[in-house]
Design a protein around this ligand. Structure first.
Ligand code: NAD
Ligand code: UGA
Length: 443
């Protein structure tokens, strides 16, 4: 099947590549000339494990191409995926300007073409958009003279760092359609990815749109909840790891998305929780839980800094801190809303110096912070002379450092572990002379 994917970011590039992988002919469109030149030259603008290999294979097989020419890409396509950004406006609402620009461009290219049956040409909204967007886009498409073009909602649930696995083996595929034929056409496209226990779910567009926000909001809620319990553990002298075991083995509760940390980051949870609150407000509904989730997360992003300030009695000026991990989570170079940046800003504002290491995200941080930070080329290199090690992102390479060497390099043996990565080794660390702080470990 012929597919166009507009927007070659984390979602668009993965979607296009994975659709090509099962034999579709995919044209990816982007209007960022640098990104496009890189992709056309065989490069990849983002770090996502395994994506480079899959892009190369599908390009070489002639199933995956990249262009800046939206009109040419969509004229021959049955499915036109819209995977552009939907950033947050200052009031928390979702900015749909990129989505609308693409829809207008698509309509301009399609309006002169012969009209077909529903399902012959489908604009598929893959970007995360608030409930009601499908209806508004449908009206826009009709106003643009393209009543023969259908509009489907198909929210994406992939996680960065595991995006290929998530797309190829989704827990479920959700589509929102107004016409049965549109659902059938998408069902055919997604058949290679779905099984009995990985179902293809068809519903109304409003329900599909709501499903996406509800899924992200419930995951964010779990994280903010466990973060608050962890903070309470600190105050009560309890151990969050013991508590997690105690509650997680209750099958109604489980362990997933219940790891405390420095607050959730990324381009989605923070934006989507606010987007849902704003959409609800417009409909006259107050989402008290989501408001608290967002507030708790803002506070959580300051917890590590609070522990550091307390340990050093507020005397941070002139001290150097080693920060391990800059990306908002491991296995990505994405630093959008990364908790490490909140911490770094606070350290710099307090007059401290910061030496960083991240396996993939350092270049993106350097593009923003430049010489305000130091960038080590390996984890140990960030430690030399630092007053403490602060671990913010749990990359696998940080799991088992040589603690003798860590101790030798640090000016003082102090570790602030924002992910409880070394929690199970705490007694060894204490024996080795370290002062160790985790999240929710009783101090
Ligand atoms: P991104 O910022 O990485 O990529 C967006 C791309 O769209 C950019 O390359 C940009 O140049 C391109 N673009 C913008 N306007 C364009 C236009 N008019 N024509 C062609 N290209 C255009 O965004 P992302 O992280 O891939 O997210 C895209 C959407 O998917 C958002 O709505 C997001 O909420 C949602 N989403 C993201 C993830 C994720 O893990 N990143 C997961 C699920 C859903
Ligand atoms: C998240 C969702 O997991 C995806 O299903 C969704 O498609 C995506 O948002 C989206 O809509 O964009 P992503 O942001 O890539 O995916 O990464 P997650 O693994 O969900 O992590 C988000 C943040 O939560 C990270 O900062 C992570 O460190 C934090 N987190 C996650 C915790 O603090 N504790 C946990 O137990 C899990």
């Amino acid at each position: 099947m012929n597919v166009a994917v507009v927007g070659t970011g984390y979602v668009g590039l993965v979607t296009g590549t994975c659709l090509a992988e099962t034999g579709n002919s995919v044209t990816c469109v982007d209007n960022n000339p640098e990104k496009l030149a890189l992709l056309q030259g065989g490069g990849i603008p983002i770090y996502e494990p395994g994506l480079d290999v899959l892009v190369k294979r599908n390009r070489e097989a002639g199933r995956l191409t990249f262009t800046g020419d939206l009109a040419a890409a969509v004229r021959g396509a049955k499915f036109i995926f819209v995977a552009v950004g939907t950033p947050e406006l200052p009031n928390g609402d979702v900015d749909l300007k990129y989505v609308n620009a693409v829809v207008d461009g698509v309509c301009a290219a399609l309006k002169e073409l012969p009209k077909g049956a529903p399902g012959d040409r489908i604009i598929v909204l893959k970007s995360t958009v608030p409930p009601g967007t499908n209806r508004a886009v449908t009206e826009r498409v009709i106003a643009n003279g393209c009543s023969h073009v259908s509009v489907a909602s198909n929210p994406e649930f992939l996680k960065e760092g595991a995006a290929l696995e998530d797309f190829m083996n989704p827990d479920r595929v959700v589509v929102g359609v107004r016409h049965e034929l549109v659902g059938e056409a998408l069902g055919e496209l997604y058949a290679p990815y779905c099984t009995v226990d990985r179902p293809f779910l068809v519903m109304a567009p409003e329900s599909a749109e709501m499903t996406k926000y509800a899924a992200n909001a419930v995951l964010a809620t779990k994280i903010s909840f466990i973060n608050e319990v962890a903070n309470l553990c600190d105050a009560a002298g309890a151990d969050i790891n013991a508590v997690r075991k105690g509650i997680g083995h209750d099958q109604r509760i489980g362990f997933q998305f219940f790891a405390p940390g420095p607050g959730y980051g990324g381009s989605c949870f923070p934006k989507d929780v606010l987007g849902l609150i704003a959409a609800a407000q417009r409909m006259g509904v107050k989402l008290r839980v989501c408001e608290a989730v967002d507030e708790a997360n803002d506070a959580q992003k300051k917890v590590l800094f609070g522990k550091i300030t307390k340990h050093f009695g507020g005397q941070l000026a002139g001290k150097t801190f080693a920060v391990w991990g800059l990306a908002f989570k491991p296995k990505t170079d994405d630093i959008r809303e990364a908790p490490a940046l909140t911490l770094i800003d606070a350290l710099l504002a307090a007059g401290a110096k910061v030496k960083t290491f991240d396996p993939e995200a350092a270049k993106n941080v350097k593009a923003i912070y430049g010489d305000k930070l130091q960038y080590a080329s390996d984890p140990l290199g960030a430690l030399d002379g630092a007053a403490a090690l602060v671990l913010v992102t749990e990359w696998p390479e940080f799991r088992g450092p040589d603690f003798v060497e860590v101790r030798k390099r640090l000016a003082a043996p102090v570790i602030f572990d924002g992910r409880n990565l070394y929690a199970e080794q705490e007694h060894h660390l204490l024996e080795a002379g370290f002062t160790y702080y985790g999240i929710g470990r009783g101090k």
